[in-house]
Design a protein around this ligand. Structure first.
Ligand code: AMP
Ligand code: MG
Length: 439
């Protein structure tokens, strides 16, 4: 018996743990491959938004609101002056002009944050500062500029209508009004509004915690000398960490792990505790050292498949560990990894974060030159989209199709989508694009 084990009072039946399985994956097309949209929808169906938690408003910027927020107060809270000047009854200065100024005794003053000393009697004026509460009896404010700024008596040289320079109670927001809705991503302006109505905490979805791992014996950490001619720098873990961060995630970049099954298993198991999503690159193709594919089934339920897209054909997904943490396993070529991020990871991240639009909008552009594409697969070409003089969008190629072309990827601002049926687009034809706006 273990040292601190409790004594069993009776023999507890051993319950066989039922093996966790992924939902039935989509049926592949006639070419034996899954379409990009089928695979994306499948991944989305396997994850749920993260549970909400209460957060201080300043830490909630960029997060998704999980409640409708009603204003507990009116904004403005009370009738107040929009100018420094004199609170008056409009009817007392109705006929004032430069030639026929009207003089009123000044009977007090109201600075912002102080109540009016008393009610304003007819035929008098009270000094008032911007934001100060309009005294009872007054219905308008004459700005300093329309007076002689008198202290005892004030000469008013401009006529005034009721309501002039007065900000009305509730004209911006009324008490009980829903000012922010569930599902909204909180921008700085919303944070200002929350503070302005006196709310300091809100229920939001947390930033998804994303662990990024790259695999490959050939990889070297940037900043270090490459040990041999056969080595390359690890671009992927940095690129994906940056992309996940830009998409609103809290990122833990673990970096490179060699092609060693035991090491990989250990690293992934250790990371599960702080991950809402794990991303890996490399090791999912048909090569002898493709260890991700080999090891992951030992950690949970997995689905390795071929998606009819280029680049990014081999894809892996799993729900692993005790909490069925999602893991997306992407191919190692940097462009393949980036395209996989755009096609699958970003939508999953947006769903985890509680946003309601998961997928990038496809905008239509006119092709600046002819583009060829492999038929039977959705081709993601790296593009540069710009606005023509008439405001329409024009798409040019940023580089060739090779999935190793990291320089070409960095020069692109869009992915051009050439669908499975298309093998050629002539110059001037329409082509769909995802604009790579990081938000
Ligand atoms: P793999 O998917 O592991 O077969 O890798 C495919 C190609 O991508 C190989 O040429 C790798 O050297 C390259 N590659 C894999 N991982 C990375 C990485 N983290 N950064 C840059 N290139 C990589
Ligand atoms: Mg590899």
């Amino acid at each position: 018996m273990p040292l601190f084990g409790r004594k069993r009072t009776k023999d507890e039946p051993v319950v066989a743990q039922e093996e966790f399985r992924l939902p039935e994956p989509p049926v592949p097309g006639p070419n034996g491959m899954r379409s990009m949209t089928d695979h994306r929808d499948y991944l989305l169906s396997c994850v749920d938004p993260l549970p909400p938690f209460g957060q201080q408003i300043l830490d909630a910027v960029g997060l998704t609101l999980c409640e409708d927020v009603e204003s507990p107060i009116n904004l403005p809270r009370f009738d107040n002056s929009s100018m420094d000047g004199y609170a008056v009854r409009a009817q007392d200065v109705h006929h004032a002009s430069t030639n026929t100024p009207i003089s009123l005794p000044v009977v007090g003053e109201v600075p912002a944050g102080a109540p009016a000393p008393h009610r304003l009697s007819p035929g008098t004026a009270m000094k008032i500062m911007t934001g100060a509460m309009l005294p009872e009896g007054a219905d308008s404010v004459v700005p300093y500029e329309a007076t002689d700024r008198g202290e005892q008596d004030v000469r008013i040289n401009e006529a005034c209508e009721p309501g002039n320079n007065v900000r009305r109670v509730g004209e911006d927001i009324t008490e009980g009004e829903v000012v922010l809705r569930e599902g909204e991503r909180l921008a700085s302006r919303a944070i200002g509004l929350l503070a302005g109505i006196g709310i300091d905490k809100v229920m939001v979805r947390p930033r998804p915690r994303v662990v990024v791992i790259s695999t490959g014996d050939e990889l070297t950490e940037p900043g270090f000398v490459l040990p041999g001619e056969q080595n390359i720098y690890d671009a992927n873990s940095y690129m994906l960490a940056a992309a996940a961060k830009a998409a609103g995630a809290q990122v833990f970049r673990v970096g490179l792990v060699p092609d060693d099954p035991e090491r990989l298993k250990q690293v992934i198991s250790d990371q599960l505790v702080r991950a809402d999503l794990i991303l890996t690159t490399g090791g999912v193709s048909q090569g002898d050292y493709d260890i991700v594919k080999q090891v992951l089934p030992e950690l949970g339920a997995t689905d390795f498949t071929q998606v009819a897209m280029q680049p990014g054909k081999p894809q892996g997904f799993g729900l692993i560990g005790e909490d069925n943490t999602p893991i997306i396993m992407m191919p190692g070529n940097p462009v393949s990894a980036f395209v996989s991020f755009e096609a699958f990871v970003r939508p999953v991240l947006r769903k985890l974060a509680g946003l309601d639009s998961w997928v990038r909008r496809t905008v239509q552009c006119s092709a600046a030159r002819a583009i060829s594409s492999a038929p039977g697969k959705l081709q993601f070409a790296r593009g540069v989209v710009s606005e023509a003089e008439d405001g329409s969008l024009v798409a040019d190629l940023a580089s060739g199709h090779g999935s190793h072309l990291l320089g070409g990827l960095a020069g692109a601002n869009a992915l051009l989508l050439l669908d499975e049926q298309t093998d050629f687009i002539a110059a001037g034809d329409e082509v769909g694009a995802w604009l790579l706006i990081e938000d």
